[in-house]
Design a protein around this ligand. Structure first.
Ligand code: PGA
Length: 256
């Protein structure tokens, strides 16, 4: 049975005081809660990964990085290697986010190599895919997402449990307040699951966690999570405020 995954992507937000306050509040709230069917992940800026680990070491909340280098070490100013993330015992890392694609010209072939870098360190990648508004309006949403999956997973072979999560994040829904309708999101999630069925196996596809991202907030998270192929949410703006984040985690905890 797939878990519900609630992941907060803080992007380039918060100062150290704000980070610590958030974790103090969340630690107090969830001290004795049962997180059997829900996984909660917070992805702060990499400069706070160590702090996040220190604050959350006895907590049910897990930590993720927001990006990784394809390289293992060397002269790559500003980059972070997968082994640096694993040294901190940070179990997750987002790759392929549309903001990385847009502002840093990342493409599927680079994301393919980042995927390898993370898997080599046993870090669970949260792999983002999704179409732009132009692609959707041209009727190319399905095609775009399938092509992204083709490129990202080329030459990757898997056995057993999927060692990654996928996040469907339509670019036009990110930070805009324009959430995809639950039906539109479900349609693409089902396309993604079928892609894994076709290219890996039915069993593998059934076990892939596929999160939805793009203007998820307390008022719409439940209807998203009720869709058959939506296994969680990758949340930007609404994950920054601790009350709003907790509200969404509580809603997930109360489901099933
Ligand atoms: P948003 O961001 O929730 O602010 O739309 C989602 C994301 O970029 O992961």
């Amino acid at each position: 049975m797939r878990k519900i995954v609630i992941a907060g992507n803080w992007k380039m937000n918060k100062n150290l005081d704000e980070v610590e306050t958030f974790f103090n509040v969340i630690n107090d709230t969830y001290e004795d809660r049962d997180f059997n069917h829900v996984e909660v992940i917070v992805c702060p800026s990499s400069i706070y990964l160590r702090t996040a680990k220190d604050f959350l070491f006895e907590s049910n909340i897990m930590v993720g990085a927001q990006d990784v280098s394809e390289h293992t070490y060397g002269a790559y100013t500003g980059e972070i290697a997968a082994n640096m993330i694993s040294y901190l015992e940070v179990p997750f890392c987002i790759i392929g986010h549309s903001e990385r694609r847009k502002y840093h010209n990342e493409n599927d072939s680079l994301i393919n190599r980042k995927l390898k870098a993370l898997l080599d360190e046993s870090i669970i990648p949260i792999i983002c895919v999704g179409e732009t508004i132009d692609q959707r309006e041209a009727g190319l949403a399905v095609d775009t997402v399938e092509k992204q999956l083709d490129g990202i997973f080329e030459d990757h072979d898997f056995e057993g449990e999927p060692p990654f999560y996928v996040a469907y994040e339509p670019v036009w829904a990110i930070g805009t307040g324009n959430t995809a309708s639950p039906q539109d999101a479900q349609e693409i999630h089902s396309v993604i699951r079928k892609w894994f069925e076709k290219n890996m196996s039915k069993d593998f596809a059934d076990n892939v966690h596929i999160l939805y991202g793009g203007s998820v907030k307390p008022s719409n998270i439940e209807e998203m999570l009720m869709q058959e192929d939506i296994d969680g949410a990758l949340i930007g703006g609404a994950s920054l405020d601790v009350d709003s984040f907790q509200d969404m985690v509580d809603k997930a905890l109360n489901m099933r």
